[in-house]
Every structure is written in C-alpha cells, then in structure tokens.
Design a protein around this ligand. Sequence first.
Ligand code: ZN
Length: 219
Amino acid sequence: MPSDSERKRMAIAKPVAIAKRNNGTNPLSDLSMADLVHEMISRLGEDPSREGLKDTPRRVAKAYDDLTKGYRQDPEALLKSALFTVNYDEMVIVKDIELFSLCEHHLLPFLGKAHIAYIPNGKVIGLSKLPRLVEIFARRFQVQERLTTQIAETIMQVIQPQGVGVVVEARHLCMMMRGVEKQHSAAVTSSMLGCFRDERETREEFLALIRTKNTNGIV
Ligand SMILES: [Zn+2]
C-alpha cells in the first residue's frame, strides 16, 4: 500500500496525455468503465474486493451512464415533437422543475429548481416537455450558468417566442461537502432573452411569479 503522501500525490497528479507516454496507444482504452472505477477505489485506499464494494464498480459505471444520458439525447427534437399553433400571447410559466446535475469541475452533484417562462408568438410546446428539456441538459457535466443559458437558447431557437426567461437555483455539493465557501453553496443564475431582456415589466412579472409560494397546491 502506498504511503499517505504518495497516495495523495498520485491522486491529484495532472493526467499526462496517456497516449503520448505509450507511443500513441492508450492502454486504458481497453478497460471498461467498471475497471476504471475498480482502480479508483483501490487508489483511494479501499479494498474493491470486499463484500460491500464487490459490485460497486459496475453500479457506478451504470449510474454515470444514466447521469450523463443527456449527451445522447436531442433537445431540439424533443421540443419539435410537441409544437402546437395557438392564438395565445400571455406568459406561459412552469416553475419549481426539479433539477439534478453534475458539476463539471468535480463531477459532484448540484441540485435545485428551474423556473421557465416564455411569451408565445403563435406556437407553444406541450408543458410536460419543459421538465424533459431541463433533464436533457442537466444530465451532462455542467456549470450552472451554461445549463441556464442552454435551456433558454434552445426554447428561443425552436419555438421562436417573443421572449424566454429561465432562472435556476441550485446548491452545489462540491462546495457543501468539502467545506469551502459554504456560504456560496447556493447559487441563482438567470438567462433572459427577447422581451424578457428588453422589457423590465415582463421580467419583473416573471420574477414575482416564481417568488409566489404555492398556496393551493395547484399553481
Ligand atoms: Zn464543483
């Protein structure tokens, strides 16, 4: 077993371009994701063969496959599958959409809520698609700011509404668990496009609506 300082050095050493070290071949590419997790557990000083950990590499590989499935899904196709022509130009708002993502800096979760509003311009999307859209972008390695703008920009592009507003509130486990910047572990990000950016009144109506607490269990 390596000493504690040796272990730490190995753990945080910058990855060298592996192929470079091996005449253009990467020996790790032959390994399964479960093999890599098995190796990680062992590097962290645990025994991957003990009973409780025996199936962990396989489970972790499966879990990460699921938590990153957004890479293999098409957000635009999702929205296009449920576009309807309407004569309605009031604000459509879906708030408190649960959100779970992984921060791309530590691969640890951040979780919270997304609120989405738009003002149609002849077209609306089925309401159930908005939580699905959030999920497609959340199930990738993310930073909260990019997640927020990707949601807004995709809606803008596909539905071409008068405007879109997206607010994401999330808590980041990489900060909470590591005890750094605990006071900043909750972050709020927003992306306002079209009339939500240009008209203060529209933006304020949206922000007031998402601040309203649920009282009747319906809205
Ligand atoms: Zn992080």
